[in-house]
Design a protein around this ligand. Structure first.
Ligand code: NAP
Length: 287
């Protein structure tokens, strides 16, 4: 039987409806959630992502501000702007679109964002809080994956989750969140030997390597939940994931498509985090 397709667009819509509802309620209390997006350089993928994020803000009634710099911007200028946004009460979330041009220390820039406005969940304080199970802004892609699993009533508890990729923004936090949900987690990466020995053993397989269609149907355990984070171009220049969807859908039990899988959930969780940041300022009485 072919796999059930996990429809990221449909699930994102479901969550976006309730977030939009909360935006309306906040507005009734005189609060408009605000997101500042900093974009540096001419990277066309980054420009597309930023456009999509701002469009979603607009659709959901979230105020968004774009701050754009050329490749040559100095690190200090960026840090000064972040200081200014940290002190701006109309801005609840700050996002620096990655990657930054060479010469700028990404960690310094991320660490300058107030952890209370770190809606990407990349600040070490939020990562630490996530690791020890405290309330935190969770990184949007792994958080979106978790929400998809919840929506599909897939309980990771006791399951073997195999994560391909160990980046700080996707692979590592995805594994941590699944561990929190009582999965048994294995991380694979570019130095992993005999990758398929792990992938064939995964009840939940998360592919976040950035390698076009490199996992095939026969690399997957029959009936597994397959989450494809990859955003690649195939030989024909067509957008595709890390999973060879056509062969995998005949082995997997559930599978996310690319596009229309994880991507819409990532932006949704960014909106969720921005609204959460706004709500917290009311709760903490620091409007
Ligand atoms: P990244 O920083 O480049 O990390 C890639 C990871 O994959 C690394 O840990 C690397 O191992 C591992 N890897 C690379 N080749 C491998 C191989 N052949 N076998 C096993 N592991 C391998 O990438 P990222 O930022 O995590 O993103 C991963 C993919 O997800 C990209 O395609 C990106 O575009 C996509 N993405 C999508 C969304 C979305 O919303 N849909 C969001 C973020 C990212 P090493 O650590 O050993 O180098």
């Amino acid at each position: 039987m072919p796999a059930r397709i996990i429809d990221g667009k449909k699930i994102a819509k479901h969550y976006r409806n309730s977030i939009t509802e909360e935006v309306k309620q906040l507005k009734q209390k005189g609060m408009v959630p605000g997101l500042a997006v900093i974009l540096v350089g001419e990277n066309s993928a980054s420009q597309t992502y930023v456009r999509m994020k701002r469009k979603t803000c607009e659709e959901m009634g979230i105020h968004s501000v774009l701050i754009q710099y050329g490749d040559q911007v100095g690190q200090n200028e960026l840090l000064d702007k972040i200081d200014q946004l940290n002190n701006d009460s109309s801005i609840h979330g700050i996002l620096v679109q990655l990657p930054l041009p060479e010469g700028i220390q990404t960690e310094k820039v991320i660490e300058r964002i107030s952890p209370d406005k770190d809606v990407d969940g990349f600040h070490p304080i939020n990562i630490g809080r996530m690791m020890i199970g405290e309330d935190a802004f969770l990184p949007c892609t792994p958080y979106g994956i978790l929400k998809m699993l919840q929506y599909e009533n897939i309980d990771p508890s006791g399951k073997h989750a195999v994560i391909i990729g160990r980046s700080n923004i996707v692979g590592k936090p995805a594994g941590q969140l699944l561990l929190r949900e009582n999965a048994t987690v294995t991380y694979c990466h570019s130095k992993t030997e005999n990758l398929t020995a792990y992938t064939r053993n995964a009840d939940i397989l998360i592919a976040a390597a950035g390698r076009a269609k490199f996992i095939h149907g026969n690399d997957i355990k029959p009936g597994a939940v397959v989450i494809d984070v990859g955003m690649n171009r195939d030989e024909a220049g067509v957008l595709c994931g890390d999973i060879d969807f056509d062969s995998a859908k005949n082995t997997a039990g559930y599978i996310t498509p690319v596009p229309g899988g994880v991507g819409p959930m990532t932006i949704t969780m960014l909106m969720y985090n921005t609204v959460k940041a706004a709500r917290k300022t009311i709760e903490n009485g620091i409007q």
